[in-house]
Write a protein of this length. Sequence first.
Length: 159
Amino acid sequence: MDKLLSLLEENARLTNAQLAVMLETTEDEITARIEQYEQEGIIKGYTTVLDKEKIDKDYVVAIIELKVTPKRDFGFEEIAKRVAEYSEVESVYLMSGGYDLAVFVNGKTFKDIALFVSKRLAVLDSVISTATHFLLSRYKEKGFLIKEEETDERSVSFL
């Protein structure tokens, strides 16, 4: 991978001036390369990694595995695009194994996600079956540790 892309992926808050110094080039060159990457669709966007549990305790994430029938001449593309259009869906991936698509879904409650699966995903004509897995705890996301070291309050001190 291009060193500029690696640096941006690691920390998108670096300024073009900082990137230019790190890559021993000019700020104008960095600006032009970033604009080109954006126009070519290589850079899709910029994001922040949040510890959502600290912001909102009513936040549930699920990974839903979908087994689907691919459409003739379209393969899995048509159903994947259709699923990706739902606002609850954060990510959709084609995968190998027992299921075809992995769908990451956000909701306020377990019930919200269960209703989304039963009323919106499972009823799609290409969907053969689903398996829903709820995330119980996040430890690392996009390279960042989420779970901070917690002190075990149960320890007993003997003097």
